[in-house]
Write a protein that binds this ligand. Structure first.
Ligand code: 1CP
Length: 361
């Protein structure tokens, strides 16, 4: 039944009666219920509580009427089994620090607050991880969510792409310029390669475990890869994204998403994926031309338009994207990036309805 869903059909580039739509960050801070929950519960506690994950994932899908649900989690959870401290600071976003060395006397040992990954030795020391075990809470949440979700609604699992994850480990959190990451790539290409291989290997295991637990599609988020030039992408990121995608068990569609990929979209799509996710800075029809016809495409309404636009403006934006998609099979409607926290929920609900109505064939 789920296999015949419009979302999975569109991933396979089959004809659908209308264009399926889901939204990155469809669950989260723009929703009042979520904000209320967050006043009482730290973000990581939510992610590790399977009942809350199930409730948030399904609650969001049902409230907005999306054609797929995405499991409520975060791309950064994998840094904990890698041996780092992960915290989410109010307003400042995530912070990844080296865990204090165990067994050291109080007040001595490694400083907390030091950037997570600094030297080639740090990379050598990264453990081989078994996400099935160390991130078992997510697998349990996926199993439970799959059981509770309507049978016709597919469940998407996800992870960060090697480049985006490496940038968080090296920067220690959000970054505007990715200066430390680029310096590392330039100065220590050998250690960079080892780091990316380790991340890709762990992420493949992580994603394959999510599929075994019940995920019916996977999305790989290369959210910050757009800080690279085409040349840098080709040399430092592409081989590792490609290796990751090649190591995924066959059978569920893989959505390969990146922002700022306009300068190297051909390379990005060649790295793999059944569906290529594009942001709002590239026209969907041009992106389609450049990607070719062997992969489906996902995108790409500007999240800012959804947040601050009137319903009439949003409708024009939807019409423009659907016109560019030209009714051809293999289009999944989404934003160009995640729903912004300030977005009025009524705009989100209206958007999903508009896509369904305006794309009827
Ligand atoms: O304070 C809070 O309540 C935490 C806010 C929050 C939420 C709701 C974070 C912290 N993560 C999430 C959930 C989340 N993260 C989902 C949920 C499922 C859904 O889409 O509904 C997903 C898919 C992610 C993935 C994620 N986390 C990405 C890739 C998507 C994107 O937006 O590019 C990235 C880059 C992250 C890192 C992260 N986690 C949280 C924040 C605020 C950030 C971004 C920080 C930065 O700017 O670098």
């Amino acid at each position: 039944m789920t296999e015949d869903s419009v979302f999975l059909k569109a991933c396979r580039r089959e004809e659908t009666p209308y264009t399926p739509v889901w939204l990155m960050r469809q669950a989260g801070r723009y929703m009042k219920d979520y904000r209320l929950l967050r006043e009482r519960t730290p973000f990581l506690d939510i992610c590790k509580n399977k009942d809350l994950v199930t409730e948030i994932t399904i609650g969001a899908q049902e409230k907005i009427g999306a054609d797929a649900a995405i499991i409520f989690s975060d791309i950064l959870l994998i840094v904990e089994p890698f041996g780092f401290d992960l915290s989410y600071l109010k307003g400042d976003g995530p912070s990844i620090r080296r865990a204090p060395s165990t067994g050291s006397a109080r007040g001595s040992g490694q400083r907390r607050g030091a950037r997570a990954l600094r030297t080639a030795e740090d990379v050598e020391r990264l453990p081989d991880i078994d996400p099935e075990e160390s991130l078992g809470f997510l697998m349990e949440a996926i199993r439970q969510t799959r059981r509770a979700l309507k049978p016709e609604v597919p469940l998407i699992g996800f992870a960060g792409a090697p480049f985006t994850l490496a940038s968080y480990l090296i920067e220690g959190g959000a970054s505007k310029d990715f200066a430390a990451t680029k310096e590392w790539m330039r100065r220590r290409p050998g250690a960079w390669g080892v780091l990316m291989e380790k991340i890709a290997r762990a992420t493949a295991k992580y994603l394959n475990a999510q599929v075994r637990a019940g995920a019916q599609a996977l999305q790989i988020f290369d959210s910050w890869v757009g800080c690279l030039s085409a040349e840098e992408y080709k040399n430092f990121a592409l081989p590792h994204s490609a290796a990751l995608i090649r190591s995924l068990d066959q059978g569920v569609p893989v959505i390969h998403f990146g922002t700022g990929t306009d300068p190297f979209l051909e390379l990005f799509s060649r790295a793999g994926g059944d569906v290529i996710g594009v942001d709002h800075r590239v026209r969907l029809d041009e992106a389609r031309e450049r990607i070719g016809t062997k992969q489906a495409i996902q995108g790409n309404l500007d999240p800012q338009l959804l947040s601050t636009g009137s319903l009439a403006e949003i409708k024009r934006g939807v019409q423009s994207i659907l016109k560019q998609a030209a009714g051809r099979s293999g289009h999944i409607f989404n934003l160009g990036h995640g729903v912004l926290p300030e977005t009025p929920p009524k705009n989100v609900v209206a958007l999903i309805q508009m896509v369904h109505e305006l794309s009827q064939r």
